[in-house]
Write a protein that binds this ligand. Sequence first.
Ligand code: ADE
Ligand code: ZN
Length: 338
Amino acid sequence: MDFTQLIKDMPKAELHLHIEGTLEPELMMALAERNGVSLPYKSVEEIRQAYEFSDLQSFLDIYYAGAAVLQTRQDFYDLTYAYLERAASDNVRHVEIFFDPQTHTDRGIAFEVLLDGIHDALQAGEEKLGITFRLILCFLRHLSADEAMATLDEALPYKDRLHAVGLDSSEVGHPPSKFTRVFDRALDAGLLTVAHAGEEGPPEYIHEALDLLQVRRIDHGVRCLEDEELVKRLVREQIPLTVCPLSNVKLRVFDTLQQHNLNELLQAGLCVTINSDDPAYFGGYIVENFQQTQKALGLSATQLQTLAQNAFKASFLPAEDIERHVDSVNKVFAAQRA
Ligand code: ADE
Ligand code: ZN
């Protein structure tokens, strides 16, 4: 069977995507030049060669340094629109993207500048490319809860443009419980919540994210299989996992894609989705994540159909939109079987 074409053709939703992680080396160089920012690299090739990571922290160090080229509203617009064009060509119909305001506000960029740039591009993407969107503000968990609260204070006047808050950056040593008060305030303000948990951190962090932060989805969550009761709970409550296979291999959560536990997660009855995380850094966008994972794990057409459906079911879209997208997924698979 031609999985390559099927994976391209199936309507997709992307639910775990850091917009800063879509900064391709070419755009990084161009923005460095446009803004007079000096980079520790002389060429696009040199940037790519630097992308050898041994774990999450070794990636984050390079990732935060690269983000320094983003300075103006236009920069954030260009970054976001470039991602959406790529997503459109991969037949992505809906995106729920993360942004990390603290990476930028700590460098003196105004919150409004980055939010306007990202949001303008998302609106243009909806109008011109037909991709619907939700925006999720992530707090950097290696910084303090007080700093996260100050970021939330800054963001709440713009909450109409935000749908949820999330938690990312260095996981181990920064459990969800550190941010209970911040998430309580976001929930009180009517925002939904998600959190990275169980990427490098233990299953206990997934429990905390559910119990203390009331998350609707777990980002990554692959370590849940170490805790049988937790898996039962995630299945029972139908809490989706936004899994990012190429990211997991690049950051050495798994040594190879063949060793990834995605098949086991599906077999356990979990609502698993496939996403790209930081595609400019991890060697592939959503289609490459699907294609390489299908090949490495021998995923069947039925499993691909489930994964494509799950992404829409796990999204924050209204029920009638979810139904429409799931129907469109099913049509593509029915045509392929005919
Ligand atoms: N920020 C960007 N990508 C991330 C990841 N995979 N885990 C935690 N924080 C991140
Ligand atoms: Zn992530």
